[in-house]
Design a protein around this ligand. Sequence first.
Ligand SMILES: [Zn+2]
Length: 300
Amino acid sequence: MLRVSYSDTYQVPLPFKHRFPMQKYELLREQLLYQGILEPQQLYIPEFIKEEIILITHDEEYWARVKNLRLSIQEERRLGFPQSIALVRRSIASASGTFWSSLYALTEGIGVSLAGGTHHAYKDRAEGFCILNDVAISLNYLIQQKKICKGLVIDLDVHQGNGTAKIFEDHTAVFTFSMHAHENYPFAKERSDLDISLPTGTGDENYLSILKSTLPSVITQFQPDIIYYIAGVDVLATDRLGKLNLTLEGCKKRDELVLELAQSLQIPIVVVMGGGYSNHYADIINAHTNTIKVIKNLYD
Ligand SMILES: [Zn+2]
């Protein structure tokens, strides 16, 4: 049975301008249940991971500042959210969702979290709404525990996965692939193992043809034991922060391309949600819902 992690702590009370990016998680869960795409028993609340797992990846002093709400004004500004206990709990819950989804993926072939993809977090600093780098935390744990030898990150959120790229800069066990809008945050980009910077306005046809001509060889050459797919839907044309021009259908085809490859090559895959900031809320929810539909068609 396909199992999907979700926690009520994903929703954090925030000033109005930030409210929706948080609300989407609850709306997504409601829509998946309402449309009968998931049954209630398929959802589980991820148990909080132990601090020592976080500290394999993150710097101890940084994590102490986060927990004790002692981020400096500059650090808070870089994060983009006001710090709060609720936000700390949310960050742990989200990293935990990715963590348990990783263990599911290793036994079931697929693990899904209705959160995660906080790829701007560095080992010692918060950035761009991200405090903990969920994918890095899980990957570093799996490698340390010798559950896998090699992991591939396919980051198709519209923003570059700068935190992830930096964390794994010198790790030959992890291959980071980021395809993103060039003229977009973060403006000082890090170096992933493979970056594809797309021009503003790139639409379905070019996007999909670039992905199709790149991804299969990345996977077959690197031969990962696990794939992390950051399925951000901020690639949509209606996204406020996006700058690309994908349609809902194009975004779904992107998901199919990634997931069909993983499934046909029998490589465990962990899917996390990533960003989505369209002013047209239905677009965000429908695009994320499509990701889950694609997974359900292939794996359930
Ligand atoms: Zn993004």
